[in-house]
Design a protein around this ligand. Structure first.
Ligand code: NAD
Length: 356
């Protein structure tokens, strides 16, 4: 392991609770934070959960808004802001995956109030100050401390009905946060420890969840891993992998988590030889001698998409992808140019197992 010459690290101020049945702690958590009238948010598919929380708060919820959608369309955020103001909400209580927590952040950006997040996937948005908003087909993202949740309540029991395919891709999405945090320009020893444990936990829990989706121990460990990997995303600057997935999601409308799953082994093969310390942490976490191959084998074992062709991308899309990825500079351990990026995108479409 090489000696670190320079560290700049700032911890993010937030509270985390994790236990089976932690949903029941919400009234206490709100009281601790001095909040009493949250607007509860969910997707339409998780409206039953939003109403369960409303009952739990025993008449104290300001309202329930169940229209959260992937990538936060601006008109939905505007409707939620209007409702929050009409009902006199003093906070936003987001119950669901990255889409619901993303709605909480988007409305907090327009009308700042504290957010309490109850995550039910492994995407990790609850641990970051990153917001996203889609207007006229274009998704804008940014960082703003006002959208960082004040408190996160992880209840593994809420994830037992998370479908296996979403569990898997969402977990691989989280692993991608940890991998890129390890070679980020603002990487730090604390974040590397979190990344290593997060990846190792997912490497053991995701196969267990595929075999037995209601395995309580695996669900609990997977949420712990989601917390750690989400914290990695919140604390560091992401590189080529996240840039590529952003372009693929935005321009080709690919599903967020599945795209991360399909791309990760190829970017790992591209970048990790240029970041030997990161490569060592990932390989150790996966109990393997070669990190990129081990990531490919993990996606294969889990039945996740293994290449971009499976998601409908063809070689005729390469020019567009390369042009868009190169349009804005971003941090990356390996210098990226048109030639090596083209090779990377083609290999991610063709989907051959990386060579150790
Ligand atoms: P999601 O929130 O879109 O959820 C996917 C589907 O699963 C939804 O229909 C949801 O209702 C359902 N679902 C969620 N939890 C469930 C459960 N326990 N049981 C049954 N169904 C459940 O998916 P996601 O992958 O969590 O989030 C993706 C979005 O989050 C993207 O828009 C992405 O850009 C964003 N994101 C943002 C950040 C950030 O830091 N800002 C980080 C990661 C992801």
């Amino acid at each position: 392991m090489t000696c670190i010459h320079e560290i700049a690290y700032e911890s993010l101020p937030m509270r985390v609770r994790l236990r089976d049945g932690a949903l029941a702690d919400l009234p206490d958590e709100l009281a601790y934070l001095g909040l009493s009238r949250p607007l509860i948010l969910s997707t339409p598919g998780q409206a039953h959960l939003a109403h369960r929380v409303e009952q739990l708060l025993d008449g104290n919820a300001a309202g329930v808004f169940t229209e959260a959608r992937m990538h936060v369309p601006v008109e939905i955020a505007e409707r939620a802001v209007k409702l929050a103001q009409q009902v006199g909400a003093d906070s936003y209580l987001a119950v669901g995956g990255g889409s619901t927590i993303g709605l909480g952040k988007a409305i907090a950006l327009k009308s700042p109030l504290p957010i309490i997040a109850v995550p039910t996937t492994y995407a990790g948005s609850e641990m970051t100050p990153i917001w996203g908003l889609t207007e006229d087909g274009r998704k804008r993202t940014g960082r703003d401390r006002r959208v960082l949740p004040r408190s996160v309540v992880y209840d593994p029991q809420l994830t037992t009905d998370l479908p296996t395919d979403i569990s898997v891709t969402s977990g691989l999405n989280a692993i991608a946060h940890a991998v890129e945090a390890l070679y980020a320009p603002d990487a730090s020893p604390i974040i590397s420890l979190m990344a290593g444990r997060g990846i190792a936990l997912f490497a053991s829990t995701l196969p267990a969840l595929v075999k037995s989706p209601s395995d309580a121990d695996a669900r609990r460990s997977a949420l712990e891993a989601a917390w750690l990997c989400g914290a990695c995303l919140g604390a560091t600057t992401m590189g080529l992998h996240h840039k590529l997935c952003h372009v693929l999601g935005g321009t080709f409308d690919l599903p967020h988590a599945a795209t991360h799953a399909a791309v990760l082994p190829y970017v790992a093969q591209f970048n990790l030889p240029w970041a030997p310390d990161a490569e060592q942490v990932v390989a150790h976490a996966l109990k393997a001698s070669d990190a990129a191959t081990a990531l490919f084998d993990l996606t294969s074992e889990l039945g996740a998409p293994q290449n971009l062709a499976e998601l409908g991308i063809t070689l005729s899309d390469v020019d567009t992808i390369v042009t868009e990825v190169l349009a804005v500079p971003y941090a990356n351990p390996r210098p990226v140019d048109e030639t090596n990026l083209r090779e990377l995108v083609e290999s991610a479409i063709n989907g051959r197992r990386p060579n150790p």
